[in-house]
Design a protein. Sequence first.
Length: 399
Amino acid sequence: MSDPRKLQVSAFVDDPTDNLVRRAIERLHESGFETDWNRAADQVHWYEVGSFEDGRETRNDSSFDTVGAEIAAAKSGVVRTEFADRYALVTFTLDADERYDELAPVVHVDGITERAFESNEVSAEPARERAETVEEAVVALAEALDPWYLTVSIRHIDELMGLHPDEHPPNSGLEELGWMTVFSEEWFPGFGGRDRVLDAPVWKAAELDTGAVFLRTDPVPGHVRPDLSGDHEVSAYEYLFEGRSVTELRAEIDRKRSTFVDPFRELEPGELASDPVVCEAHAPFEFEGMDYGTFPDDLDYGDRCHVFCVRRRDDRLWEVNSETFIRRLVDEDGLPIGELPADVPPDEEMISLAVGTAYEGDLSLDLYRMDAPDEPSVHAQLLGLSTIPEDGQLWHDEE
């Protein structure tokens, strides 16, 4: 089992002050991220001083002022917090601008796993409440530290590259938006002004006391909790960084949803590929006529009857072992190209589960291409291959 993804909070701050550590921990503590800080006794039970590169020293049971002063003097350190019964480490790198060649966060929170939000651990309402606590903490941090950029995501730490800037705006180099983002005022000219940022197509947008804008794409990220994800079909990234309107982006989505991609159209005559197909008799829906635009959009490989090695001849695909007709290629409108062979009734044409819409993303032939019948494609290695006997008794067997 792979390591779970974790909550990652990265705050980029110019000219951090020595009391940043105290302000950050106080805000996290007040927002529901329990810390080792015993406020009554004014003691932090566990913390580390120093950087990862130079070596960190673990220390215990010091006053909050001492912890802040020691981390500030070392320009780096770690304080432990706890949320949803899981530890999260808050790393401070006050000299990030001097220490690294590239931009790096001054404050980084890492450690709460995605399982804190997953359906097998919590129902919908507690998951939402935990997400609200994260938002409260992020907003409190942003208003206390005034970062020029802050990003929140749930992913592996080595997947943060596209979320971390290369430079200050406008040449930030950002490639995507996280679950939550805080943009300071210096971003607004490139985005068309503060009001346009507040109108971004996200689940929530709010202006902070610092003048920055907070954006949240989903109640809970869809890759962690699909049942709680918001309507984020329209790309907030393209809206902000490419200056495209919501109307334009929705029109593009509609166009992609009505444009069908049959990766097998890229096959040259005589070339081979593995085609996952379902026959009319076993299709999990009823239909009249071979029109992919009328088929359900939730079909997947689990609905397949067979995976056949097929060869292209003209605009038709034939099973390579028996030369049994499988299907016609499909055009951009979702309709078969050309006519059925004269001796093939309509109910013997297969539906390909490899055909999808442009909205579904890259439907590459590379997964299906085969160099020889006994050399399975990547796709066929996962699902296996069926072979029709040379006497072509597929339909007799199906009946």
